[in-house]
Design a protein around this ligand. Structure first.
Ligand code: PLP
Ligand code: ZN
Length: 443
């Protein structure tokens, strides 16, 4: 496979910047800047949103993977990728549920349908877009904390594109960081893998400290417009494939970034006009018993409800879709999940493990590919929405299978499991101590 960079500047010979950034709270506009994450005006937390010079989506079919949608990505280079979301009309599940227009956005590995995300989840959309936003010759090292799919996606892509990465994961999640054998050597030379003997929050804390050090920079999570516009491509691909904006969008959420991204993509499509002018309603789901977003929305609260640290930990242990257990989701900030649900008259669903498991099995039987636990939660939410009459049988519905085909991929591909460069105890986490450890390790 050829992973090299295909073009440095897509806009060569063209002075037009590829995007500007606009604050969703105060409207301040900023010039394109690959590292800007926040508004400088002091006000309550708010997301910046990318504004693209071309309000009409023009597809560039000659560019690889997601970069066919480069018009609406905050990047000025394309990377050699194969992964993109694929959209298809469901037959089996649609008939079973009595739906006329059920579409699946499949993110993962399914060669017969040309789904080639080799890291197996829609986090790969994020990774490719985020990396393409960073200038190719940038010297500082990107820092990411992850407990799973995000870490694997960035590890794989940074190794493939030869971009320096410092990846911090909880030790118990190390088995999520597998990658194809052929990338093992590239991984060793470009990625620093640090395991923390603690949970995801400990990994975030350490990543935060490292990202402030000289020579490093943070990715930014939901605040990074490339991350969101990468994830929003599921909706662009669906609208382009179907010919219209879906009436309903269904996704399982943890941080909520994907839900926000889908909403923003639908807003852009509506302004474009080629795909209709209707609102796309969000249906977002979480896995019981850890459902902070559902609880806040059902209580009509614009902020998350208070939750005891210990209760949260206990709840998280019982959740089968661990990727949905983000303790600090992007709910109350301007332009976040609350605003997205409010604007689309959205719905939230709390799904039991048992429901998710049977939905997962049903999907595999009816559609013919394995899906991950989180996608099972989304499928269960669709079933609930149909049963409750929250969607009509004639509506155009988009179900986001955020991760699928992993079992298939692991059968067909030989993978390696890199060992961490360092294992760190959470009690070593004071900035001083980390700096000392870091200094001794990088010598
Ligand atoms: C991260 C993840 C989600 C939830 O994504 P949000 O960031 O909350 O939108 C859902 N499914 C899978 C497979 C994931 O990896
Ligand atoms: Zn602002």
């Amino acid at each position: 496979m050829d992973y090299q960079l295909i073009s440095d500047r897509l806009n060569q010979g063209c002075d037009r910047p590829s995007y500007t950034l606009r604050c969703t709270h105060c409207g301040t506009t900023y010039a394109a800047d690959p590292f800007r994450l926040h508004c400088e005006v002091s006000h309550s937390p708010a997301l910046l949103r990318a504004v693209y010079p071309n309000p009409r989506l023009e597809i560039k079919p000659h560019l690889p993977g997601i970069f066919r949608y480069v018009d609406w990505l905050p990047v000025d280079q394309a990377l050699m990728t194969t992964g993109k979301p694929i959209t298809y009309a469901s037959q089996g599940l649609a008939a079973h549920l009595g739906l006329d227009h059920l579409y699946i956005s499949f993110n993962g590995y399914w060669p017969e349908r040309h789904a080639q995300m080799l890291t197996g989840s829609f986090k790969e959309l994020e990774a490719d877009a985020v990396l393409a936003r960073i200038p190719a010759d940038h010297r500082r090292t990107l820092v990411i904390a992850s407990a799973g799919n995000t870490g694997r996606a960035f590890a794989h892509r940074c190794a493939a594109f030869n971009r320096p990465l410092c990846l911090v994961v909880p030790a118990q999640s190390l088995d999520a960081i597998w990658l194809p054998q052929e990338l093992e050597a590239a991984f060793k030379s470009t990625v620093r893998l640090i395991a923390v003997e603690g949970d995801y929050s400990d990994a975030i804390a350490l990543a935060q400290i490292i990202s402030q050090m000289e020579g490093y920079f943070p990715e930014g999570g939901v605040a990074n417009v490339a991350r969101r516009d990468g994830m929003g491509l599921t909706v662009l691909d669906a609208a382009v494939t179907i010919g219209r904006i879906p009436d309903h969008y269904i996704q399982a959420v943890g941080s909520g970034s994907g839900g926000i991204a889908a909403w923003e993509a639908a807003i852009r499509l509506r302004a474009d006009g080629q795909f209709g002018s209707h609102t796309m309603k969000l249906h977002l789901a979480q896995n019981l018993p850890f459902t902070p977003l559902v609880n806040a929305w059902k209580a009509a609260s614009p902020v998350l409800l208070p939750l005891e640290e210990n209760t949260a930990r206990q709840q998280i242990q019982q959740v089968s879709a661990q990727v949905l257990t983000n303790r600090h989701p992007a709910y109350s900030l301007t332009g976040g999940v609350y605003d997205a649900l409010w604007d689309t008259q959205g719905e939230m669903y709390a799904i039991r493990n048992r429901e998710a498991t049977s939905a997962r099995w049903l999907f595999e039987q009816l559609e013919g590919i394995d899906i991950s636990a989180a996608a099972g939660v989304a499928t269960a939410a669709l079933i609930r929405a149909v049963t409750a009459g929250a969607v009509n049988p004639q509506d155009c519905i988009l179900l986001n299978i955020t991760s699928g085909g992993l079992q298939r991929l692991q059968r067909e591909q030989s993978v390696c499991l890199p060992t961490p460069d360092w294992v760190i105890q959470p009690d070593e986490l004071s900035p001083d101590q980390v700096a000392r450890i870091w200094h001794s390790l990088t010598k």
